[in-house]
Write a protein of this length. Structure first.
Length: 554
């Protein structure tokens, strides 16, 4: 039974029973039953999730996202009614497109105007009511529900977690009216979780066909963005690629899908490899190439592999598909390897492996210290300084120049591209791995979007010393580059392409972290960056958050 006998206490018990360790919250007038339950639990040493004040909803959702990436365990975020929900939609879209299960809880304006514990007592209780609060995010989440009765609290959590963790995973939304939270619950309600379905097993006939295609191909190519979401799948891909001579492009990588030094690693964009391959195996990649710009060669076979290889929640996705294989990528790769094993010693596979290794070795670039500083140089310096750090990247890091060998050591922004994710995600990762160096690499625009005052406050208040590296080019690089690419001979390009992309004058971002007791430094010369990184890393290891404002051009 809940420690305080209310639905609020039962809800917290159920969250704890489902492995939720942290309750990231930006509170409002709908929270009193939960606040009272937390207080009673603390008084009696009852084990609830740890409540954490996070003064912006986007940071809170980012923290839950980052914590899950580092641990594989979903966490809970609670926000204030419709306005709090609206404030976190951007990062919730990121979580949805990255298949990250987050339990988003929100209050609801009290249903009743009088007569019940929790009835309306503030002017906002009329103004904040909506006909359909969940309607604003129903396309984003896998499931939404509003708690009707106090005794439903455990079942609602059970259902939310069950749906969130059923592959393909994703966020869910539970609305909690104040009267229901404050209601009493009977003794003996068990908050224990139910079993969660596993991903479908791959079809044996499809596996056999794909194995035959790989064996017969002159140049088989895997393109993946997120196979490394499961570290075991990254290991299975590395073994299959090397043993059977399969090239791998980690296109727009969000995970470490293949060690950077792997002999079959063909880089981070399809390019020449896509045009040369006669078999393309797309593994967990929503946009493996851009058909407007490039496509596989004529006659090439294309297979898609993933928990949801058709990406059914994408309204339009028209990549060619000769074979679609639904299944957990690790399982698919392992059964593929078993099917290919009788041919492991074939001379054809050995020659193919050697040819791909030569192609891979020829593509590795090297950045140098030049002024103005380039993102390639920043990336190289971070790569040389990071050690075993966990890196959260929101756009600017160049993976060609910053090598990652171990799975789960790098996480990039969701393909949804909602800015303002990286700072919160890094804080969540640091919470999950307090002994590990965590580095957030952010563009200056992404840093502004992240509500840095709230983020740095969280870092200081909760003891989460991360290093933030801001790639500061005083512009929206994505906007400028898209304009110049689309209208390279246009008027906007002749003017530098900065219209609606100019973020100058740039403030001194280092002062923001200093205002929160952190270490800040502005870097304007390439040769000064390695020492600045060393100082900033030393500050984080001493318990202070740090930020480098690196002035660069791209």
């Amino acid at each position: 039974m809940a420690a305080d006998g209310t639905a609020a206490g039962l809800l917290l018990d159920a969250l704890r029973a489902h492995g939720v360790e942290y309750f990231f919250a930006n509170a409002g007038t709908d929270f009193p039953p939960l606040i009272e339950a937390f207080a009673r639990g603390a008084e009696t040493a009852h084990a609830y999730p740890r409540p954490m004040v996070v003064p912006h909803e986007g940071i809170a959702v980012g923290m839950a996202h980052g914590y899950y990436l580092a641990t594989g365990r979903p966490q809970a975020v609670m926000v204030h009614v419709n306005v709090g929900t609206a404030n976190c939609l951007n990062n919730l879209i990121n979580a949805a497109r990255d298949n990250v299960p987050i339990l988003l809880l929100a209050g609801r304006t009290p249903v009743t105007e009088h007569g019940r514990k929790g009835s309306r007592t503030r002017p906002i209780h009329w103004a904040q009511e909506m006909f359909d609060q969940a309607g604003m995010l129903r396309e984003i989440v896998k499931w939404d529900y509003e708690l009707r009765y106090p005794e439903q609290a455990a079942d609602a959590v059970r259902r939310a977690v069950e749906v969130a963790l059923t592959p393909p995973r994703g966020p869910v939304y539970l609305v909690l009216p104040r009267e229901a939270l404050a209601g009493e619950v009977p003794a003996g309600i068990d908050p224990a979780p139910r079993a969660v379905p596993a991903a479908p097993r791959p079809d044996p006939d499809a596996v056999a066909r794909l194995a035959q295609w790989i064996r017969d191909a002159e140049f088989p190519l895997v393109i993946t963005s997120a196979a490394g979401r499961d570290p075991a799948a990254a290991g299975a891909l590395a073994r299959l690629a090397e043993r059977f001579g399969v090239g791998v492009v980690c296109a727009w990588s969000r995970y470490v899908n293949l060690p950077a030094s792997h002999p079959m690693h063909l880089g981070y964009a399809p390019g020449d490899a896509l045009r040369a391959a006669d078999l393309v195996v797309v593994i967990e990649a929503d946009a493996p190439w851009f058909p407007h710009l490039e496509s596989p060669r004529a006659g090439a076979r294309v297979a898609h592999v993933g928990v949801d290889p058709a990406f059914v929640r994408y309204p339009m996705r028209s990549f060619p598909s000769d074979l679609s294989l639904a299944g957990d990528p690790r399982a698919v790769l392992e059964v593929l390897a078993a099917a290919l094993e009788p041919h492991a010693g074939d001379a054809q596979l050995a020659a193919r492996r050697d040819a791909i290794a030569v192609r891979a070795a020829a593509r590795r670039p090297q950045a140098h210290a030049t002024d103005p500083i380039t993102p390639e140089w920043i990336s190289r310096c971070i790569g040389e300084a990071k050690g075993d750090a966990l890196v959260i990247n929101e756009y600017p890091l160049r993976l060609e120049h910053c090598a990652f060998e171990e799975p789960a050591s790098y996480f990039g922004l969701s393909p949804a591209g909602g800015l303002g994710w990286g700072l919160g995600a890094a804080l969540g990762a640091k919470l999950a791995a307090p002994e590990r160096l965590v580095i957030a690499t952010l563009g200056d625009g992404a840093y502004v979007f992240a509500n840095p005052t709230a983020g740095h406050w969280v870092a200081r208040a909760h003891g989460l010393p991360i290093l933030t590296v801001v790639f500061n080019n005083s512009r929206w690089a994505a906007v400028r580059n898209a304009t110049v690419a689309m209208y390279k001979d246009g008027v906007a390009a002749r003017a530098g392409g900065t219209l609606l992309a100019d973020l100058s004058p740039s403030p001194d971002y280092a002062q923001l972290v200093e205002a929160h007791g952190g270490y800040g430094e502005r870097v304007e010369r390439a040769e000064a960056l390695p020492d600045a990184l060393a100082r900033a890393i030393a500050a984080t290891r001493s318990g202070r958050q740090a930020l480098l404002d690196v002035i660069c051009s791209y």
